[in-house]
Design a protein around this ligand. Structure first.
Ligand code: SAM
Ligand code: DTB
Ligand code: SF4
Length: 364
């Protein structure tokens, strides 16, 4: 029986977050050891299968078409390219490949069929496959499940209150709907968020209230520190202190005891000592590889050296949930529905995002 609690209040979570640090670390580490092997850390490799040109206005994101960032966009990757990258990731110790696409939502058609083929291909390499493709319908979730998808990543990103200050092109409710669609299948849920976007501590707690209330709670939760990218509305935000990351990881571990907590964006700013404290406080997963989606990440050899130093072992694939079976496209029981789902367009304006949209960089 799961011991996870789903009725945490914001106040209770804030009290945990603000506990004197030594006590917070001890409490989180105790819960961590009850539920996980403290010397095992899961390693995921990110692959940006479709970069840039996204129609959304997420204030943190370098891939939103409306901002003026320096990223190099590309079309959807081919299946052989993805396979080659997955093999490289497996050889360097990753058990999971997470494929990200800069899409608002998935559209039925040849591109989605190509993604399904990527999922089949990676599952057959005996690796966990995760996708993060934006909003998906129930039918699309079922088709991904049938292809052998292990996890779907869809972050709540922040509290419901602060969401309106970060994104205006979709609503918090839309995120919950997609997570619900994934839950109708055997695909595991990966959902977390970003800290350091100018939110209050109440918002960090509010996001954890929402994640903890999901039943079951997400199987994995990425905690990202904002990577401020030039040209985005959040380019000038100061990086958070390690203490914020540490408190957030420890609090996440306490309210999501069984979840895999992933140290995600922002690790290039963290020392080994800082990361070691996060592992002690309950982080048990990382994104490995030189690049996240578009921004830098620590070198995989340096990460493996850190693992050795700390006595950590990369987790084997399918330790938590068994390997899904892949159904070939020709034997699929699902049809392309070509649905046009009505996702929300809240239509409010966020001044910071509007300003970033207007700011075209002067080139010489
Ligand atoms: N388009 C899909 C979506 O939004 O769900 C999938 C890709 S999107 C880039 C995946 C996640 O990356 C976001 O939900 C956000 O948590 C994270 N992310 C994007 N830009 C970031 C940044 N500058 N710093 C930290 N995390 C970021
Ligand atoms: C998640 O929570 N973080 C990852 C993954 N899920 C898709 C993405 C981080 C992206 C950081 C900015 C970039 O590299 O573009
Ligand atoms: Fe698009 Fe996802 Fe970036 Fe938002 S976070 S702009 S939806 S790629």
């Amino acid at each position: 029986m799961s011991e996870a609690r789903h009725n945490w209040t914001k106040q209770e979570i804030l009290e945990i977050y603000n506990t004197p640090l030594m006590e917070l670390l001890y409490d989180a580490a105790t819960i961590h050891r009850k539920n996980h092997d403290p010397n095992t850390v899961q390693v995921s490799t990110l692959l940006s299968i479709k970069t840039g040109g996204c129609p959304e206005d997420c204030g943190y994101c370098p891939q939103a078409a409306r901002y003026h960032t320096d990223i190099k966009g590309n079309d959807l990757m081919t299946v052989p390219h993805v396979k080659a990258q997955a093999l490289r990731a497996r050889a360097s110790g990753s058990s999971r490949v997470c494929m990200g696409a800069a899409w608002r939502n998935v559209k039925d058609g040849p591109e989605f069929d190509q993604v399904l083929e990527m999922v089949r291909t990676i599952n057959k390499l005996d690796m966990e496959v995760c996708c993060t493709l934006g909003m998906i319908t129930e039918n699309q979730a079922k088709r991904l499940a049938e292809a052998g998808l292990y996890a779907y990543n869809h972050n709540l990103d922040t509290s419901e209150d602060y969401y309106k200050d970060v994104i205006s092109t979709r609503a918090f409710e839309d995120r919950l709907n997609t997570i619900e669609n994934v839950r109708k299948t055997n695909v595991t849920v990966c959902s977390g968020g970003i800290i350091g976007m100018g939110e209050k501590l109440e918002d960090r707690a509010g996001m954890l209230v929402a994640l903890a209330s999901l039943s079951p709670q997400p199987e994995s939760t990425p905690i990202n520190a904002l990577v401020p990218v030039e040209g985005t509305p959040m380019e000038d935000i100061e990086p958070i202190a390690i203490w914020d990351m540490l408190r957030m990881v420890a609090t996440t571990r306490i309210v999501l005891p069984e979840t895999q907590v992933r140290l995600s964006a922002g690790r290039t700013e963290m020392s080994r000592e800082g990361q070691a404290m996060c592992f002690f406080a309950g982080a048990n997963s990382i994104f490995a590889g030189d690049k996240l989606l578009t921004t830098p990440n620590p070198n995989v050899n340096d990460d493996m050296e850190m693992f050795k130093l700390l006595g950590l072992n990369p987790q084997k694939p399918f330790t938590k949930v068994s390997q899904p079976k892949t159904v070939e496209a020709s034997e699929s029981e699902f049809q392309t529905l070509g649905e046009k789902p009505k996702w929300t367009r809240p239509g409010h304006k966020i001044e910071r995002n509007e300003i970033a949209k207007q700011k075209v960089k002067l080139t010489d």
